[in-house]
Design a protein around this ligand. Sequence first.
Ligand code: 13P
Length: 289
Amino acid sequence: MPLVNVKEMMEKAREGHYAVGAFNINNLEWTKAILSTAEELKAPVILGVSEGANKYMTGYKVVADMVKAMIETLNITVPVALHLDHGTFEGAQKALAAGYSSVMFDGSHYGIEENVEKTKEIVALAKKLGATVEAEVGSIGGEEDGVTGRGEVADPLQCKMIADLGIDMLAAGIGNIHGQYPANWQGLDFETLAKIKETCGHMPLVLHGGTGIPEDMIKKAISLGVCKINVNTECQLSFAAATRAYIEAGKDKEKKGFDPRKLLAPGTEAIKQTVKEKMEMFGCIGKAN
Ligand code: 13P
């Protein structure tokens, strides 16, 4: 199946009361692990790519071509969207030109007027290309690939201003942060989330910082209109832990254990397991059709 945008995925998720997982990719192993897990579990999936990861993989075109080719060679039949994560204004344009089926334009660090103007331009461009757009209001706390947010809670009226621009989904800061949550984390701000849902109606909402959010909060967020949940750090942690265990057990020194295809295999398997656990929690397993 060719890449799809997220429109239909989001509509079905909203109606079916589940969320689609958006998992960040960093390289070929990550992509293979996430695509094959989605196929095995018959779950729709969104591959998120930060600008930093795009640069690491040598550019938008390489990423888009790799993902499209892998969907074909692995016979992936579930819906897959390739989505720019936290894109700049220029980055979103480049990703769309390279064939991304969806982009996030993160204008949350601009004043609301500039966020509105720039979001409008990206929406117009994306519409021409049949791609979908995620916008952001109220920055997500923490740091991800050089994008640092102060963790503001979004203003529901500003959310409405952005939601009315023809975007397809909205990320709103509700006390969520990228990376691991500190021990004294106050939890998600459900009061604000409920107000955003009330002001923005049917707009599918996006929950960033999916790593480490407990299941009860995930379920409550879904009940309040969250249709896409982003996960990055948790896959990185499981990959690192499995790779560490392999090396600490001295496996890289046994026979040809240093072969990258062997060395990276436990980490790749660990990503699959994490993706599976998240998909179970988000309720998207078996929702591909
Ligand atoms: P985590 O790294 O906290 O899972 O957040 C991922 C994310 O929100 C990507 O935009």
